[in-house]
Design a protein around this ligand. Structure first.
Ligand SMILES: Cc1ncc(COP(=O)(O)O)c(C=O)c1O
Length: 361
């Protein structure tokens, strides 16, 4: 049996008719941009999260740029961001005019810590992007207690919890990606910004529509960054299933543990008080590339993601001079993603664990 790294199609298969009906509804309605589906999805996702405002945007990258602009981030400001993350978390900062300042992560959790953030704060720090990487939950309250607003990059963590609260409701503002393989994925690109703050929400709404509050007056140089009606319609069909899908991801994690995966690799470590809905299941091993190639040889999806962390990417080199991040380098050197998804079966997990064991590394 081949086991893919992720499998967006299988969980959606039972929703095929409902998705088709939703797409045809948009087709027949004729309102394709900022119409009733986006409005309804924004209200439904806000209620699902337990927050006040959700604003749909084109993708999770522009969601970060727009949310930072809404916070007032601009030229001369610094924004702290972990380097061990998908490049977009950092890439989204320079378009605001601000400078990304890289902080380290704890290689056990893959998350920034209050200490790693505090180490790089300066009087110019305007915001901190905390990434809930792989579905784990970053210490939002502790970092906000340092006196800086936190933008939660929840792209990989829809449905993860800190205590009773869902990620995306923990800080001043939060962003989501609906890239198809995410915990809540569209049938293409999509993103959202979430906040309890009505004034911030209004700023985001203005910025996503060319910097115009009323489509006639243009108060800001903004963005053309809207969630499409077809994507919103597809997201509405899926939203009621996301908690069950997250349950499936958590269950798959428990099956990996019960099957003895921890005898061969270091298992993911949930942050204190966190209940992660694993967006990606990322273990640690001294020879991740050798293990990945053995697994791929056995028909099992496995890959490293951030072997070259953001601060060592050529495009961000000017912001990384003198930056030394030992935890990031350790995570970059040792991490390996194994198959994960809401429909990953016990038999598939058993096959992955057997292949890890057989690799003998
Ligand atoms: C942590 C993180 N931030 C931001 C993004 C950007 O999201 P998008 O691909 O929707 O632009 C991603 C997407 O993959 C991500 O994983």
């Amino acid at each position: 049996m081949a086991v893919p790294l992720f499998d967006p199609a299988t969980p959606r298969a039972p929703l095929r008719d409902a998705l088709a009906e939703a797409l045809v509804r948009v087709l027949d309605d004729g309102r394709y941009i900022l119409g009733p589906e986006v409005q309804a999805f924004e209200a439904e996702f806000a209620a699902w999260l337990g927050t006040e405002h959700v604003i749909g945007v084109a993708n999770g990258t522009e969601a970060i740029t727009i949310a930072l602009r809404a916070l007032g981030v601009g030229p001369g400001d610094e924004v702290v961001v972990p380097s061990f993350t998908f490049y977009a978390s950092a890439e989204a900062i320079p378009p605001t005019g601000a400078t990304p300042v890289f902080c380290d992560v704890d290689p056990e959790t893959f998350l920034a810590t209050p200490e790693s953030v505090r180490a790089v704060l300066t009087p110019r720090t305007k915001a901190v992007v905390l990434v809930h990487l792989f579905g784990n939950v970053a210490p939002v309250a502790e970092v906000e207690a340092l006196g800086v607003p936190v933008l939660e990059d929840a792209a990989q963590a829809t449905g993860s919890r800190a205590g009773e609260d869902l990620t995306g409701t923990l800080g001043t503002i939060a962003t989501f990606s609906f890239y198809p393989s995410k915990n809540l994925g569209a049938l293409g690109d999509g993103g959202a910004v979430a906040t309890r703050d009505a004034a911030l929400a209004e700023r985001v709404r203005t910025l996503r529509f060319h910097g115009s509050p009323d489509k006639e007056t243009f108060t800001d140089v903004g963005y053309n960054s809207r969630l499409d009606e077809v994507q919103a319609a597809a997201l509405r069909v899926q939203l009621p299933h996301v908690h069950a899908w997250c349950h499936g991801r958590r269950a798959a994690g428990r099956v990996y543990e019960a099957a003895g995966l921890g005898e061969h690799v270091r298992l993911p470590v949930p942050a204190a008080g966190a209940d992660p809905a694993w967006g990606l299941y990322v273990v640690r091993h001294e020879r991740p590339e050798a293990l990945a190639s053995a697994l791929r040889g056995a028909g099992i999806g496995a890959r490293t993601y951030y072997s070259v962390p953001a601060h060592r990417q050529p495009a961000l080199a000017e912001h990384a001079r003198g930056v030394v991040l030992p935890g990031t380098e350790e995570a970059a050197r040792t991490h390996l993603a194994l198959p994960m998804g809401p429909a990953l079966s016990e038999a598939q997990v058993a096959e992955v664990v057997a292949a890890v064991r057989a690799a003998g590394l």
